[in-house]
Design a binder for this molecule. Structure first.
Ligand code: NAP
Ligand code: MG
Length: 405
């Protein structure tokens, strides 16, 4: 069989622990035999981040900006324990945070569904993708524990030093709490563009929800910016594709999401997205089946799994045990990135390969061959064979070879 050729390089970001082990296995079993892989490789493993003083993370993000598509392995975000474990000179920041900041991107999370694992919400039939605006609001709030009686005010002074706004927040007659949040039009705009772009890319409806009836300046601004950008830049394309942009209040959205069949993108403000993504992913089944895509306002895209480096499995692997770690979300990161690369470069056979790779994964699971984590989740009565990671990859490879033959 002739290997599929690539033109533009794909930015490849390697990572840590068990997912780093899976990364190499996935390439060996499912990519290299079929594709003449052309990647620009960046090792974001913690050892290399330490060696380069985290420069490698920045370089990988700039390369992503340059080429437009990246695939990323899960990486350790150092904490105090990791600083000791890896003898780090500094507690390097989360690579995902660094990359997201450089790309000004929005994260979209979507579950992979299979027939034998039913979502907790019975009527959900297709994935619900959550887009979280990961900037500002309560995550960048200034807070004060009010100790005693006194007046809290909100004051704005413009760049020339003129006080243009002053309003009493509350005249405290007793101790209490105080918080102020902010966001920026720029960031909201980038968020909106990423959401509309991704809706077009995946041909799904886009829902957006805030509490603008109560928050008449703050949330209202989000609503108006989305509306303006939709009308100006995306309305025509949405109509052409037969997809819809739909705004509603957050509480109405929650009710509609639960009653829906799924199959749309739900854009959320920062806190709503934090909470709802955990709820939606748990209701769909398993973290190991959750994909994550970072989309920049210019359409630059980075694909990864939503889960971490699966440390507990890695320690067992180091002791020589074979583990049954689920590679699905990481494989789908590869297929997503290869498909996107294929679409951008007009490589039909690469797009076709990505489709067939995903189909082979789903077929394997639907044939009852799965990693341990999924065995406990399938509907009772399903015939399953529990396999380790390598056996699972080999079962996928068999089906992929058959599909490509
Ligand atoms: P995790 O790696 O997602 O794993 C948490 C647990 O979920 C695992 O112990 C395992 O449960 C289960 N699990 C997750 N993915 C699985 C898979 N593919 N197959 C089977 N089971 C899976 O989260 P964590 O242990 O909290 O974090 C570990 C490291 O990952 C941390 O250093 C953290 O900084 C990093 N992290 C990175 C990213 C990223 O790069 N995007 C995201 C999150 C966390 P059992 O052990 O019960 O089998
Ligand atoms: Mg959360």
């Amino acid at each position: 069989m002739q290997k599929i050729k690539m033109t533009t390089p794909l930015v490849e970001m390697d990572g840590d622990e068990m997912t780093r082990v899976l990364w190499a296995m996935i390439k060996d079993e499912l990519i290299h035999p079929f594709v003449e892989l052309n990647t620009e490789y960046y090792d974001l493993g913690l050892v290399e981040r330490e060696r380069t003083k985290d420069k490698v993370t920045f370089d990988s993000a700039y390369a992503t900006k340059k080429y437009g598509v990246a695939v990323k392995c899960a990486t350790i975000t150092p904490n105090r324990q990791r600083v000791e474990e890896y003898n780090l000179s500094e507690m390097w920041k989360s690579p995902n945070g660094t990359i997201r900041a450089i790309l000004d991107g929005t994260v979209f999370r979507a579950p992979i569904l299979i027939d034998s694992i039913r979502p907790a919400v019975r009527n959900w039939k297709a994935p619900i993708t959550i887009a979280r605006h990961a900037y500002g609001d309560v995550y960048k709030a200034t807070e004060y524990r009010v100790p005693t009686q006194g007046k809290a005010e909100l004051v704005f002074t413009d760049k020339d030093g003129n006080e243009t706004f002053r309003e009493t927040v509350y005249d405290f007659e007793c101790p209490g709490v105080l918080q102020s949040q902010y966001n920026k039009d720029n960031s909201i705009r980038s968020f909106a563009h990423a959401c509309f772009q991704y809706a077009i890319d995946t041909k799904q409806d886009l829902w957006f929800s805030t509490k603008d009836t109560i928050s008449k300046q703050y949330d209202q601004t989000f609503k108006l910016i989305f509306q303006e950008i939709y009308e100006a830049s995306y309305k025509e394309k949405f109509e052409e594709l037969g997809i819809e942009y739909f705004y509603t209040l957050i509480d109405d959205a929650v009710a509609r999401v639960i009653r829906s069949e799924g199959g749309f993108i739900w854009a959320c403000k920062n806190y709503d997205g934090d909470v709802m993504s955990d709820m939606v992913s748990t209701a769909f089944g398993s973290l190991a089946m959750m994909t994550s895509v970072l989309v920049a306002p210019d359409g630059t895209t980075e694909y990864e799994a939503a889960h971490g480096t699966v440390t507990r499995h890695y320690y067992r692997y180091l002791k020589g045990e074979t583990t049954s770690t689920n590679p699905m979300a990481t494989i789908f990161a590869w297929s997503g990135a290869l498909r996107k690369r294929g679409q951008l470069d007009g490589l039909g056979d690469l797009v076709d390969f990505a489709d067939k790779l995903e189909a082979a994964c789903l077929q394997t699971l639907n044939d009852g061959i799965m990693t341990k984590d999924l065995v406990g989740l399938v509907v009772p009565g399903t015939q399953v064979t529990s396999v380790n990671s390598l056996e699972f990859l080999k079962a996928i490879r068999e089906r992929l070879e058959a599909a490509l033959a």
